[in-house]
Design a protein. Sequence first.
Lengths: 187, 559
Amino acid sequence: MPIWLTELEYATLRAACARMMPSDQGAPGAEEAGVADYIDGFLGAFSFDPPRIWAGGPTSGRQGGEARFGSFIALAPLDELAWRMRIEGSQGRPEREFNGPVIGLQQRYRAGLAALGEDFADADMADQRHRLEADEEFCALLWEHCCEGMYGAPEYGGNRGGVGWAYIDYEGDVQPRGYSDAEVSGP
Amino acid sequence: MTADAVIIGSGPGGATAAEVLTRAGWSVVVMEKGRNHLLDPDDLTRPSGDYSNDEIKFISRHFLGPDPLIEPRAFRRSADEGEHTHVGEVNSIPTTVGGGGTHADGKVPRFREEDFRLRSVLGPQDGALVDDWPLDYEGLEPYYAEVERVVGVAGRAGANPFAAWRSGPFPMPPGPPMYGAVLSSAAAERMGLHPYEAPTAANSVAYDGRPACNNCGFCAFFGCPIHAKGDPVALLTRAMATGRVELRPETYVSRIVVEGRKATGVEYIGRDGVARTMSARVVIVAGGAVETPRILLLSGLEHPLLGRTLMVHFQTIVVGHFPDKRLHPHKGRAVTHVHDDAMIQDDAARRAAADAGLPWIRGGMVEHSGGGLPIMEARHTPWGSRHGQAMRESNLRERMWAFIMQGEDLPYLTNTVDLSPSVRDARGFPVARVTYEPGHHELAASKHHGKILQSVLEEMGAEWVMHTSSPGVSYHGVGATPVPDSRHVMGTARMGDDPATSVVDRWGRVHGLDNVVVADSSVFVTSSGYGPTLTLVALAARAAHHLAGTSPEARRDPG
């Protein structure tokens, strides 16, 4: 069950992410990493308390220390205002429109996914690329979030099991272990 | 309640003022509009635990603030462009407890003697207010020495042949060099340049109760999870330890209340959203060179130079590609080596200046650095099949090395900070509008020194080299956004003895007001080509000692 998207939107999003980041020659793709779940979780960040905007710290437990990333940080009132404006849009509320209306990510995704077409997931690869490239602005937004969902911390819902990092030989968060002086200075 | 001093801003300047004044017995209130993610509220000597190695949180999601939806800024290159051409992030130094110190990678060089005497040493430039400062290096040296000891700076005296004299050694030795910097330094030396270990406020050994840096690599744009970066943690925690400072996060000063020649206190909006007034004997403004003029303008202060001569450091960025190497720039401090040769007047620089029709050109400190983290790299790697392979090859992250020169930016009257006529922050106040474009000098210096840096990367073995800048200029083609990326902002309340040609006096006190002091880089007369932090911290210490009638601490064992 998606968190915020409808089932149809979620299916379209999964296909779009997989088209941008396909599993290819051994490289994990958006499907394996759960990139669509990252985006759906971001759009539905306010379904959780505290909202899933900022993962906790200082350590994830992957390199020692406590597993704290999953304890998301509570938002202050102005943080909540900012992130509701960004995700939900201003929706005509005066307190969110001090510099004019703001179109939220939810609305941009709803419109962008609808424009890809209900049959997007079943379209062939060339057609999918063509449809994605037809809306440059939505394509750029989706790509930005695909990159976060593939290479960001797994606690945000993507990069499942660290597959994105593992394939590029990147250790991710390394506190509290860090790197030795020899690792820093040597080839 | 009347505080001895209200300090606006908890960044390096405000934290320094708090440290010096509380040591002298003053009771101060530090008002910080951002949140506290730096210190554990239950034990202010310890990290809060909120900082982490998390690219989404810090880079994509504005964790250190300011959020551009809540506190945007407006930008234009010149008045000819109309009210503004961009609204959003502009030189956004963190809005959080610790301010710009939290996200800085910790390079803290001192200025040199000539940086304070540019007009006397090099002479004027048409269209720029190149002036000497009303103080010199000799007078500032004891304050440099004091703040280096408090913050904890790693470095090696004598490593930089161009450095100013110092009264003592660095408090600790340099940390481990990055692999890429070992290679680029060797290439630079072969080309006759003089790279050295960057003076860095990141502990190479345990220092003053804080641990040694463990090389996690999340320095620039991230808060340090273990407080190995000393600026301004060390200053704030020392001030807290006196019991004479009250730190108020999420407290927004909207106005300094002035009656005649005196400020009586500040109006502020607290965490509860309620507007109140606090009385203070002295008001210290340390919001940085964009927010400080903004608050002085919001308070009704008038001076023809207030908000003018904004300087940002014109960044020359030269990138080389090394297909046969993995340089792993994500391991270790963000920058471990720099060189100062571009600030030295040699025959080539004199010829380049003459060719450009200028009396002289001056570049800046050159940082040897790699760059980027995976999300950043992925965004610049095409999507579709081959994306994963390209990321694994990592041409943009592991196989790149770069020089970034923080070029001296001359003080022009046309580069300004003022109040936006229409854009507001979430609390309803006008935001800062930045009007900035580089002048002939900055472009000529960038062109000349960029070519030298290109040849160094070629000597290092680069397959190809690219030269760009921030702000972007048309002849580079890439990186062409006119909004400068530099977080080094200076000069909008310049210091001087003559009230007609300066906003504050030699002690940072606003001319015409007895008890309002500016304690940040707004007071800089010229920008130098060195990062501004240590100099603004030394100036803040000097201003605070002057207020308190105290002198810098004599040398002590750093323990």
